[in-house]
Design a protein around this ligand. Structure first.
Ligand code: GRF
Length: 200
């Protein structure tokens, strides 16, 4: 399955996918990695793995719509069957969703529907929950509202700060992402209303 991965930062989730995709049994070919920010470690990781990269920065465009159209066109050049947002910190727009809705997935460091948005780990810690985690979902027009593909739980420890909690979440988040993207490639994904299941 041809996959384009979009990142905005460190790219540890991307690295986990690159490592998995090195094995042909995994069933995924990462055909390109894109970012909304130049110079991020995620792009470097892709270059090291010999994978084409592109950057479509929001500031280069007069409107969000134009940026979204350019992002969609850049992704389309690689003809992906699935787009994975792996720490991509921008909301995709209408154009992107009309081209790739239903075949774009995103990972969020909280247990949806709790704590949507850019600060999932911090918000869970501040609220005082004892269990949080990570969620993989099918991207829709909302903020972390899409149909849930998988979730993993992570207990909050008394001495956690945002960094320690987010790092522990990221360990299981990467595993969940790798497992689920591989299953989507090999088995497919069926969505019925709010419910998603692997299979055809
Ligand atoms: C992940 O926890 C992701 O869910 C969140 O930002 C983090 C990205 O980490 N949105 P990385 O860039 O993959 O290391």
């Amino acid at each position: 399955m041809r996959v384009v991965v979009l990142v905005s930062g460190t790219g540890s989730n991307l690295q986990a996918l690159l490592d998995a995709a090195a094995s042909p049994d995994y069933g995924v070919e990462i055909v390109a990695v894109g970012s909304d920010r130049p110079g991020v470690l995620g792009l470097e990781r892709a270059e090291t793995a010999g994978i084409p990269t592109f950057v479509v920065g929001l500031k280069e465009f007069e409107s969000r719509e134009e940026w979204d159209a350019a992002l969609t066109a850049a992704v389309a050049e690689y003809e992906p069957e699935l787009v994975v947002l792996a720490g991509f910190m921008k909301l995709v727009g209408e154009r992107f969703l009309s081209a790739y809705g239903g075949r774009t997935v995103n990972t969020h460091p909280a247990l949806s529907p709790s704590f949507p948005g850019a600060h999932g780990a911090a918000d869970a810690l501040a609220y005082g929950v004892k269990i949080t985690g990570a969620t993989l979902f099918v991207v829709d027009a909302g903020v972390d509202t899409g149909v849930i593909i998988s979730q993993v739980a992570v207990p909050v420890q008394d001495d956690d700060d945002v960094e320690s909690l987010h790092e522990r979440i990221k360990v299981v988040e990467r595993q969940m992402l790798v497992d689920s993207v591989g299953r989507i490639a090999r088995e497919g994904l069926v969505v019925s209303g709010r419910r998603a299941a692997f299979g055809r």
